[in-house]
Design a protein around this ligand. Structure first.
Ligand code: SAM
Length: 328
């Protein structure tokens, strides 16, 4: 029996942030003035918490941050996570979300350690625009090299996540269509959520699903791929096989099908990106408590998972932690 919340949702996906440091300062995510704000833990502690989660039926673990490749010991963590087994004896699926800057040189050891899949974040496919967004010179060629290395190493299907903001990069949609076809990657556009340091979010900044489809049709015709009702993304295929998707948490929320739980770099459980309350799992480790106590804290957190987010509603409260400090 998997972990199940009070709304009947099975919790299968764990996202672990292993640092809230990042080597990019993407303008829509960070002000550029804030650094790391929360502790990062010894790998053994993430591993222990992950082991308990997996014993409770988590089948997929995604490592994220901050920028997870800032921790060079990530290879060791992947190796040890890969040795975990679910109650049915299966190996958990291991994925990584990265900005890709350091990926090219780490792809082979990560693959050998047991990593299954990589998602690379890219918000433009134009080198100058990319450098302006990330505030790092030479970022585009570095990320492109990382993405290609991941694809060639078989860490795929490689997905590319692009956050769209009106007046900022929605003119890149058609170019991303071309990029998806040329590079054989699945591009997924993600609606911008109110989780940024600079508090620039407004409903007007969100580029909604309908508009993305309208713009992409100017690049090439495509058809929708059938999806599970629980799927968090809508997927579309171009005639030549290229693919793109849209994740629309704001205009097409999928909270009813959410199977996720998050662990922050300092060991706090968050049951929603927009949680206003965290559950301190690492406190149990610091206090020397046994695994049974970690199980109790996890089950308590899952039982209190929020029904849905309230983005755009009157009274919406933006959480104190922003995306880079939660783990996207
Ligand atoms: N550094 C890694 C990376 O770049 O993929 C992992 C962490 S980053 C916070 C994860 C993802 O969150 C990135 O794709 C980023 O674009 C996205 N993101 C950041 N702020 C966001 C926001 N306010 N709304 C939606 N996505 C956001």
């Amino acid at each position: 029996m998997p972990l199940t919340d009070s709304y009947g949702r099975a919790i299968r996906d764990l996202r672990i942030s292993i640092t809230d440091r990042c080597n990019y300062r993407c303008v829509y995510c960070r002000t550029g003035n804030e650094g790391a704000q929360f502790a990062e833990l010894p790998l053994a502690d993430y591993l222990r918490m992950a082991r308990v989660f997996v014993s409770l039926g988590i089948t997929k673990i995604r490592l994220t941050g901050g920028e997870p490749l800032m921790r060079r010991d990530i290879v060791q963590l992947v190796r040890e996570l890969s040795a975990l087994r679910t109650p049915t004896g299966a190996r958990p699926e291991l994925a990584l979300t990265t900005n890709g800057h350091l990926l090219a040189e780490m792809v082979t050891p990560l693959k050998q350690a047991g990593l299954d899949r990589v998602t690379v974040s890219m918000d433009a496919v134009d080198p100058e625009r990319f450098a302006r967004i990330t505030r790092v010179k030479g970022s585009y060629p570095a990320v492109l090299a990382g993405l290609r290395a991941a694809r060639n190493a078989g860490l795929g299907p490689v997905k590319v996540n692009c956050v769209l903001l009106r007046g900022f990069n929605e003119d890149q949609i058609e170019a991303f269509g071309r990029f998806a076809c040329d590079e054989h990657v699945a591009v997924r556009f993600i609606e911008f959520m109110p989780l940024e340091e600079g508090r620039v979010w407004s409903p007007q900044v969100v580029v909604p699903l309908a508009e993305i489809l309208e713009r992409m049709a100017r690049f090439a015709p495509f058809e929708e791929i059938a999806h599970e009702p629980s799927s968090t993304s809508r997927r579309y295929r171009f005639a030549d096989g290229g693919e793109f998707g849209i994740i629309a948490p704001v205009t097409l929320p999928f909270c009813g099908a959410c199977s996720r739980i998050r662990l922050t770099s300092d060991g706090k459980i968050r049951t929603c990106l927009f949680s206003l309350r965290e559950h301190d799992l690492h406190a149990a480790i610091r206090s020397g408590l046994p695994d049974e106590e970690l199980v109790r804290i996890i089950e308590h957190a899952v039982a209190h998972k929020e029904e849905r987010h309230h983005i755009g509603e009157p009274g919406f409260v933006q959480p104190g932690r922003t995306m880079v400090h939660i783990g996207g």
